[in-house]
Design a protein around this ligand. Sequence first.
Ligand code: ACO
Length: 307
Amino acid sequence: MGVRFRGWGIAVPDRIVTNEELSQTLETSDEWITERTGIRERRIGGSAKTLGVLAGQRAMDDAAVSAEEIDFLVLATTTPDRIAPATATMVAHELGMSCPAMDVNAACSGFMYAIRTAQGLLETGNKRILVIGAEHLSRWVDWSDRNMAVLLADGAGAAVLEFDPNGTDLLSFSLGADGSAADLLTCEHGGYFEMDGKEVFRRAVRFVVDSAEKALVSAGISSDDLSLVIPHQANIRIIQAATQRLGIEMDRAVVVLDRYGNTSSASIPLAFDDARANGRIKSGDYALLTGFGAGMTWASAVVRWSR
Ligand code: ACO
């Protein structure tokens, strides 16, 4: 028994902010941002709710299911529109749902934590779950702080997951959290995101590699068997360092951070959508989904696509 991915959808704001535009108000340059991060432009605007609604509706359309057919909404966000209520309840209302709805906050690992939560809910009696990662990070960026302003952006991605008594797309998971690292990447109430970028970088590579290796072992495959890696989109150099340590060539990694920046819990579904749009995902392929974020948290999963 297990879980099948049935549909996917994404939403990004229309407004494109290029590195060039940022360098008009910050002491930075397109060259520095591109070299150190791989980011060329990002999308800014909307809210966790409005982006989440759009991505959620598109995922339901893609799966050809209606709002009444969804049993549970799990919405991952680090940047809820309000402290209360949960953004999920407002998104569910907009989508015409009356099912249970809740937020999950595991920062940039949020989408993976939400998938893991949905798996448990599906294996204990629910038929179909909408999982959304939706972020309005730009609201919590000090736009005069070049450390964060060049990295963070807005967006949403969603997937419909369905119970299947006969098989599963989700072969394994490896999740973790280390709250002793809480101050490395933080945003206080009423404040802005702050980060020790170097230390986050160092730990991110270690956590991604460790959790990916555990997920591969538990799925019973090796990194050679992977057709694709769909990583959290924080920094191209983190993706390069982690894939190199895992023995995976970069042409098997999906990269969209050049266009979208770091959209936290939206970044893995944004990357998945891009891979699908470019015909990079085929039925029977193994893929590694892997992320890390504030907390610090981390999460890897091995998936075998059945569609
Ligand atoms: N533009 C131009 N120069 C800059 C900028 C900038 N935006 N930021 C820093 N610099 C300067 C520094 O002042 C420093 O100058 P100096 O050599 O004269 O002292 C130089 O560039 C190098 O700075 P470093 O901080 O050493 O740069 P580094 O190579 O470490 O790159 C970065 C910084 C991109 C932040 C990197 O550390 C990183 O990506 N870390 C991980 C970030 C991340 O993944 N965060 C994840 C999650 S976000 C979330 O969860 C919401």
